[in-house]
Design a protein around this ligand. Structure first.
Ligand code: GDP
Ligand code: MG
Length: 170
């Protein structure tokens, strides 16, 4: 079996870090600076009989007037295209904040029929763990997610669990 998995989310949530973690190598540039990745980065992971093709989708979050800049329009189209035939989407957000850009991404996913897994990243930075559950419930109500998984892409926490969830949808 072979599956396409799109990794989506606003800049800086950790898409490239997650992709590198899953693939076990630095295929995607990570940076504190938003919008480092202008091109789609693809990586293939083979596990036994299964092949996972991961696609890091930049440009899905662009708001307002900036949407009309040629480069942004191009990135937007590429991002939308990447979502057309995926088997599964991993939507990444940051552990404590839900931003307008997150909402833009979620709206873009409106017509996606593939299951969407919500990955709540950077939980290693969470100071008060007791706030996470109620917050997850609130965010989780925004859409019917296939699963909600707190992760740390940087440290690898729960990333195998995320991959197992992805594997269910191939
Ligand atoms: P992208 O724009 O979504 O591709 O985000 P990047 O993967 O480039 O990550 C943006 C920044 O967040 C970088 O400085 C990463 O090191 C950092 N980062 C990513 N994942 C984690 C995580 O799980 N924990 C922490 N503490 N930092 C992270
Ligand atoms: Mg990136």
């Amino acid at each position: 079996t072979c599956g396409f998995v799109a990794i989506v989310g606003r800049p800086n949530v950790g898409k490239s870090t997650l992709m590198n973690r899953i693939l076990g190598q630095k295929v995607s540039i990570t940076s504190r600076r938003p919008q480092t990745t202008r091109h789609q980065v693809m990586g293939i992971k083979t596990e036994g009989e299964a092949q996972f093709i991961y696609v890091d989708t930049p440009g899905i979050h662009i708001l307002g007037r900036d949407r009309n800049k040629a480069i942004n329009r191009f990135m937007n189209q590429a991002a939308t295209q990447a979502l057309r035939d995926v088997d599964c989407v991993v939507f990444i957000i940051d552990r404590t904040r839900w931003t307008e850009e997150d909402q833009v991404v979620l709206t873009r996913l409106e017509h996606v029929e593939a299951p969407i897994i919500l990955a709540v990243n950077k939980v290693d930075r969470l100071e008060d763990k007791s706030t996470l559950l109620p917050w997850l419930a609130e965010v989780g109500a925004r859409r019917d997610f296939a699963a909600i998984i707190p992760i740390s892409a940087k440290h690898g926490t729960n990333v195998p669990e995320l991959e197992a969830e992805v594997a269910k949808h191939l």
